[in-house]
Design a protein around this ligand. Structure first.
Ligand code: HEC
Length: 126
């Protein structure tokens, strides 16, 4: 009997992180790790062609672009950048550049992708 109780307890503990994964992105800001994971998905679907798979600004399309896409792995680029500023750049684009407005992204998508971008600052540039 006590063995069964233990099994149930272990199953409950194992299920907890799964609840976080399933509901995390929708209940945005509740869990930073879920936010970053959701942001990675947004990034991979929309941004790698220019900003690159590792965020270093050297995606396959970047060679033809002027100005070049931002290299998010350069820590100094981040100095003074606020989330609001980055969300505005993604939502409204950067006039006169190939950084076009991403109007289809929800507010949660925008917050999540910015949370993901912030994790790249510490990543080494290959
Ligand atoms: C077609 C190429 C292209 C794609 C796709 C693209 N970007 Fe950009 N992005 C650029 C370029 C070029 C710049 C540099 C603009 C400049 O110099 O002002 C830039 C700049 C930025 C900046 C810096 C803005 C600032 O305030 O300085 C952010 C943040 C950014 N992109 C995020 C994203 C995100 C997130 C996505 C995907 C949702 C994305 N970009 C997709 C080309 C692209």
């Amino acid at each position: 009997m006590s063995r069964l109780v233990n099994v149930a307890r272990v199953a409950a503990v194992l299920a907890l992180p799964l609840v976080g994964v399933v509901f995390g992105p929708a209940a945005h800001a509740a869990d930073p790790a879920a936010e970053v994971a959701a942001g990675l998905a947004v990034y991979q679907a929309n941004c790698t062609a220019c900003h690159g798979a590792t965020g270093n600004g050297r995606g396959p399309a970047a060679i033809a672009l002027k100005p070049k896409p931002v290299d998010f792995t350069v820590a100094t680029w981040w100095t003074g950048k606020t989330d609001d500023q980055l969300v505005a750049s993604i939502k409204s684009g950067r006039p006169g550049t190939s950084m076009t407005p991403f109007t289809a992204l929800s507010d949660a998508d925008l917050a999540n992708v910015v949370a993901y971008l912030r994790t790249l600052a510490a990543a080494p540039t290959p």
